[in-house]
Design a protein around this ligand. Structure first.
Ligand code: AMP
Ligand code: ZN
Length: 111
């Protein structure tokens, strides 16, 4: 089972900031910004290639969770960045699809 599925199953701890029936958001263990949250579907979906017309709503739902968490953490007015690392060149480390929510400072655009 992947590390994020273990977090979903509460087999390993995480600092959870949002949870509903289908989604979870928790603090990144190695934050790259003052606020760095990961938003995941509870369902194990590896990568963007596994998103199609039958499940594309998941991406929209994750954006809605990001919006809620940004408000909850007080960065909705100052702004934030949403990132999906997909595949080797993007440096995807965990093959359970996730959105990074980054904020709390001015960020440079990194490639
Ligand atoms: P990515 O490169 O997009 O796959 O990023 C995976 C992210 O997951 C990295 O930013 C890691 O710091 C983070 N991460 C890995 N394991 C954990 C964990 N157990 N709890 C919280 N964040 C984690
Ligand atoms: Zn998983």
């Amino acid at each position: 089972m992947c590390v994020f599925c273990k977090i979903v199953n509460k087999e390993i701890p995480a600092d959870i900031v949002y949870e509903d029936e289908k989604y979870m958001a928790f603090k990144d263990i190695n934050p790259k910004a003052p606020i760095h949250i990961l938003i995941i579907p509870k369902e194990h979906i590896e990568k963007l290639e596994d998103i199609d017309d039958t499940n594309k709503g998941i991406i929209g739902d994750m954006a809605v969770v990001a919006n809620k968490v940004a408000k909850q953490l007080g960065i909705d007015k100052t702004g934030y960045r949403i990132v999906i690392n997909n595949g080797p060149d993007a440096g995807q480390e965990v093959y359970h699809i996730h959105m990074h929510l980054l904020g709390g400072k001015k960020m440079a655009f990194a490639t």
